[in-house]
Design a protein around this ligand. Structure first.
Ligand SMILES: [Zn+2]
Length: 65
């Protein structure tokens, strides 16, 4: 396995995104799994359902494509 320098990890398949939780300001934020058709539909338009690992707050985030 190749080692990536910190900060240069491939992000395409990474569930981590550079978003801060609006509630607790944590950066431990990840995309919630897009199981439902609605979430897939919204992610198509650049909307992501994200969830905070710190406080489990969920919200929707716009992603510039
Ligand atoms: Zn939070």
């Amino acid at each position: 396995m190749a080692k990536y320098p910190v900060g240069l990890r491939p992000t395409a398949q990474d569930s981590r995104i550079k978003v801060k939780c609006p509630k607790c300001r944590s950066e431990q934020v990840r995309c919630s799994t897009t199981n439902s058709l609605t979430e897939k539909f919204m992610s198509y338009f650049g909307r992501l359902a994200v969830r905070c690992d710190g406080c489990y707050h969920r919200w929707q985030h716009w992603v510039a494509k």
